[in-house]
Design a protein around this ligand. Sequence first.
Ligand code: HEC
Length: 189
Amino acid sequence: MHISAHAQVGLVLAVVTGVGSQIAAAQGQPASAEQVRRGEYLVRFGGCHDCHSPKTMTAAGPAPDATRLLSGHRADAKLPPVPADALGPGRWGAITNNDLTAWAGPWGISFAANLTPDKNTGLGGWSASQFIQTMRTGKHLGIGRPLLPPMPWQDLDALTDQDLTAVFAYLMSLKPVDNQVPPPIPPMK
Ligand code: HEC
């Protein structure tokens, strides 16, 4: 097996920081520091924080809550009811909460997932290849239910396996946040 210099750097970092060990467990091989950096870059450009990070209000407007980055729709958030006549043909296509983590539309209400490496409530149990398959198929873990809007999985499908692996490596390097995102709510009849 070819072991790149990057993989070796990752190995050293894994020992020093302990972060790499989670990635190693999920991926079967340690992620390099370069992969994590590339993943962070792609996550910022990909707008993942817009929907997947709860917000705090700052002088410059709402910003991702640095203590809960990419931890998804807050389990303890209270949402107002969706006004009965807000959505529909000739009305609004979708509405969202102030955090942009909950989305109501013709598909019902979807809640942005917890992307942190928390084992029970996040992606801690996922492998890189399950992450890649999810983005290639638009189905949960590549085999489950279709992902609901507005998750832009078609846009992630444009990335190479290498870049998706980097995105996953970055997600696995985040602070795990225990946050059980609610399941989607089916459309009102
Ligand atoms: C416009 C809002 C939006 C953006 C931007 C967005 N997501 Fe999502 N994402 C969602 C929603 C909503 C869900 C939940 C969908 C569902 O329950 O079917 C989701 C679900 C997911 C899931 C869970 C899939 C599963 O099978 O459980 C992953 C992984 C994910 N997003 C990764 C990302 C990454 C990485 C980015 C940035 C490149 C991103 N998302 C950008 C809204 C968004």
